[in-house]
Design a protein around this ligand. Structure first.
Ligand SMILES: [Zn+2]
Length: 229
């Protein structure tokens, strides 16, 4: 059965979160979307994102618990005048989960806050989403919205996408997610054995639709001798 990742963009439609040089909620939503898209495009998994109308932390935890999530990922930005990324986890047992996230965030170009249980990882027992979820859970604080130097590298869509991809890769590593098949060579095998041969452009277009529906993201069809059966 496909593993399930619950993505929780911090705060809600009614609560902007921290406000500084940027408004936290807007960034949380953007990073969550990029994380979700990258996971679904590249890995065998299921995802669920907290709706913006849901603002009770208890309801959010209940939803993740009853859905049977394998990993809970809350996405926030920080405030209070610090600098850099930190992962928040509930206990020492979850420090390795935080370290995986910190590794990918650092590789994406963000600095880690260097105190806590490990570089970029801090234990917090007072956060509802960490305390009241039954599966491994992490809250990410991507950068400080009230530190102009820190947030200026993480406030446009290209940068927010980098962060979302880093979180997706970390979730995939932690859960050992299976990659979706995308190799062209597999397409040719299918073309000539399972689904082919296809003699004209119309059937080639039908084949392309089948391939895309089956996760062959970069599939391309050309009706030529070397592709044909
Ligand atoms: Zn927040």
């Amino acid at each position: 059965m496909a593993k399930k990742i619950y993505i929780n963009p911090g705060h809600s439609d009614k609560d902007p979160g921290a406000v500084g040089y940027e408004t936290e909620r807007k960034l949380n939503v953007a990073v969550s979307k990029h994380m979700n898209d990258f996971l679904l495009e590249n890995f065998v998994c299921e995802t669920k994102i907290t709706p913006g109308t849901m603002d009770s932390l208890t309801a959010i935890c209940n939803e993740a618990n009853s859905w049977g999530a394998d990993l809970f990922v809350s996405i926030h930005f920080n405030a209070g005048g610090g600098d850099g990324y930190e992962a928040l986890v509930y206990s020492q047992k979850r420090v390795p989960l935080g370290e995986i996230f910190a590794k990918y965030v650092k590789a994406a170009g963000q600095n880690l806050r260097l105190y806590g249980a490990a570089p970029g990882v801090k234990i917090r027992t007072d956060l509802s989403v960490l305390a009241n979820t039954v599966m491994p859970a992490i809250a990410n604080e991507g950068a400080f919205v009230d530190n102009q130097k820190d947030i200026q590298d993480w406030n446009d869509d290209v940068e927010l996408k980098k962060l979302g991809i880093a979180y997706a890769q970390a979730a995939a590593e932690f859960l050992g997610l299976e990659k979706k098949v995308q190799q062209k060579s597999v397409y040719y095998v299918r073309y000539s054995t399972t689904l082919g041969p296809f003699a004209d452009k119309k059937t080639a277009d039908e084949l392309l639709a089948v391939l895309k529906a089956n996760g062959y993201r970069d599939a391309a069809v050309s009706v030529s001798k070397e592709a044909g059966a």
